[in-house]
Design a protein around this ligand. Structure first.
Ligand SMILES: C[S@@+](CC[C@H](N)C(=O)[O-])C[C@H]1O[C@@H](n2cnc3c(N)ncnc32)[C@H](O)[C@@H]1O
Length: 281
């Protein structure tokens, strides 16, 4: 199977990029090349097509195949409390500090953005931890994904998806309905789900958040999709959306991509948690 363009040519990969822009409005030229080629290669094999050029032609003529490639490029797996070390540091160190800080100044709310929330587990995990400790200090979580995260907002999960959820959280924050578990209304009131493209250069943060100013942003298992330029645009946007001294959390496999950023310092080396360096005096 040949997934490389001959050097110096306008290759069949461009045909595929154009086809996906035409069929789904998706600019796949921003994706990390190895990730893109691996996904295309899997689709070529499944379609019984031997060359990239032939696959490009096939894609231009077949809407169902364009849909299949589109879906294979959407990695939307998520889990509750996905990275245990990161969530332990958030629970024991970061969130209590944020809640205490807001309590001391007697105003404001803890503001969190779960950027690339997929089916919502990350946002709900944070809501459980904040609800455990917030007391009189309000908090709000903005959770966004490329398309409207309606499944995340619905907040229904099968028992098999609740692996990392503690019994205490299960009984307090879920109600059981038939064979699924539903997030309770008091957590729902705290999380706002919306569509938001992190590469959209026309806005700085989700419209519902009005002005950004986040104390904590999670962008986990999203950056690895993208080429370095696109990744940098996302990181620049998110670091600007943080309050001075705000925290940034990324995926276990993405730590090295953030570690080299001038605007962040690592909070606790093994955890994928960073803090903005421009802490106000
Ligand atoms: C693998 S899931 C990660 C879910 C969750 N953050 C976690 O770590 O469990 C990646 C999500 O990022 C979203 N995503 C990818 N590119 C995005 C972009 N440019 N803007 C917003 N969301 C994006 C995808 O749609 C997908 O739902």
């Amino acid at each position: 199977m040949q997934t490389q363009d001959p050097p110096g040519t306008v290759g069949p990969l461009d045909t595929i990029v154009r086809a996906m822009a035409g069929s789904h409005g998706l600019d796949i030229s921003r994706y990390e090349e190895a990730f893109l080629r691996a996904a295309i290669s899997r689709r070529m094999e499944a379609s019984g097509v031997a060359t990239l050029a032939a696959y490009g032609e096939h894609l231009e003529q077949s809407a169902p195949e364009a849909g299949r490639l589109f879906r294979s490029l959407r990695i939307d797996h998520s889990e509750f409390f996905r990275n245990p070390l990161t969530f332990a540091v958030l629970e024991k160190l970061i969130l209590p500090g944020l809640v205490a800080g807001k309590g001391q100044c007697g105003s404001g709310e803890v503001r969190v953005w779960s950027a690339g929330c997929a089916s919502g587990q990350e946002a709900w995990s944070l809501a459980m931890l904040l609800e455990d400790m917030a007391g009189p200090v309000p908090y709000r979580i903005f959770a966004t994904d490329l398309a409207d995260p309606d499944a995340a907002r619905a907040g229904f999960y099968h028992a098999g998806e609740l692996g990392n959820v503690r019994l205490r959280h299960l009984t307090k924050y879920f109600s059981e309905q038939d064979d699924s578990f539903s997030i309770v209304p008091r957590l729902r009131d705290r999380v706002d789900f919306s569509a938001y493209d992190l590469l959209d250069s026309s806005s700085a943060s989700p419209a519902a958040s009005i002005y950004g100013g986040f104390d904590l942003i999670l962008c986990c298992n999203v950056l690895f999709y993208y080429r370095p330029e696109a990744r940098q645009r996302i990181l620049d946007k998110l670091s600007r959306a943080l309050s001075p001294g705000g925290y940034f959390v990324t995926g276990e496999a993405e730590k090295a991509m953030v570690a080299g950023q001038k605007t962040f310092r690592a909070v606790l080396q093994p955890a994928a948690i960073f803090q903005t360096k421009n802490v106000s005096p």
